[in-house]
Design a protein. Structure first.
Length: 319
């Protein structure tokens, strides 16, 4: 299957992952005008009426930028929708996505059986994130346009498969677009993702440590100061396994090496507000933190990744 027309002409085959709290219009726009797909979770727009404002801002800004820079490689943007009964906003949020003809909808959790035809009606694409082959097959049955394979080492909720194994198995039955997630923070890693059969790299953690990210400055600095050994994979905070920064767990008053069993958790706090919460107090990050050493503008990050990508490709061709 050929790459969809809307995803051709990007400056780098990268999709910026939608990150809870962190991804807002400022980050999305910076990613898109520098040639990679920018995305955000619809639930980041709070209250829900804010989503209309965000979509208007992103679409109008990108349209104006394209008009002023006709030769620029401007990527489309994406909105992440959580398909779960706990998300009582999804119907309204999808209507707004239709109003603005959002180019790409990234779906998570349940198979997007009802979402796909709705998005296709306005000409949008649906990419679904999966952590195993069974989920990938269900997404394909639902009619998705692309798969996001979330592998070991990815920030936040992540799977356990090696990218080498996962891409290989999915390519046995799927020839469509694949975005690969898991410890990708350099142009060389983007090329490696392409080399093993993915079409795009799905990059999250690298964009947290940027000027445009809506993240606590301490969070950004912690990423720049951390290495892969500082990442803990645990189900304690949300009930689903995810990768988190160990120093943020320590700062929250917990011992990352001795977290209690969730079903037998007897820890008490003065109030619900004092209880450490994932994303607000316990910060997600992937194993690629060791490749991140500074907080920089998005444009600088993407320019370097693009240069690394080209240099690595030239080295392989010479070798």
């Amino acid at each position: 299957m050929a790459t969809p027309e809307i995803l051709r002409g990007m400056s780098l085959p990268v999709i910026g992952a939608p990150m809870f709290i962190v991804s807002t219009p400022e980050l999305v726009i910076a990613q898109c005008i520098n040639g990679v797909v920018g995305s955000f979770p619809a639930l980041n727009a709070r209250p829900k009426e804010t989503l209309d404002d965000w979509l208007r801002e992103i679409t109008s800004t990108l349209t104006a930028f394209k008009a002023s820079n006709p030769d620029a490689e401007v990527a489309p943007f994406a909105v992440n929708q959580i398909i779960h009964k706990s998300n009582d906003r999804i119907a309204d949020d999808l209507k707004l996505c239709g109003k603005y003809r959002v180019p790409i909808v990234i779906t998570s959790l349940s198979a997007p059986t009802e979402v796909v035809p709705y998005v296709h009606d306005w000409g949008g694409l649906v990419f679904h994130d999966v952590i195993n082959v069974r989920h990938a097959m269900k997404a394909i049955e639902a009619g998705v346009d692309g798969l996001i394979l979330v592998c070991t080492g990815a920030g936040g909720h992540a799977g356990t498969y090696s990218p080498f194994a996962f891409v290989h198995e999915v390519r046995r039955f799927w020839s469509g677009p694949i975005a690969l997630s898991g410890a990708i923070a350099t142009g060389r890693a983007v090329l490696a993702a392409r080399a093993i059969g993915a079409d795009f790299a799905y990059v999250g953690t690298r964009f947290i440590a940027t000027d445009e990210a809506n993240a606590d400055p301490h969070y950004k600095n912690m990423i720049a100061d951390s290495n892969a050994a500082d990442i803990l994979y645990s189900p304690y905070f949300t009930g689903v396994h995810g990768n988190y920064l160990r120093p943020s767990i320590v700062n929250a008053g917990l011992d990352p090496d001795n977290l209690p069993d969730r079903s037998k958790d007897t820890m008490t706090f003065a109030s619900d507000r004092d209880k450490p919460k994932a994303w607000r107090d316990i910060w997600g990050a992937g194993q690629a933190v060791g490749a991140i050493t500074a907080i920089e503008p998005v444009a600088t990050v993407i320019a370097r990744m693009r240069r690394e990508f080209q240099e690595a490709r030239q080295e392989i061709c010479r070798g």
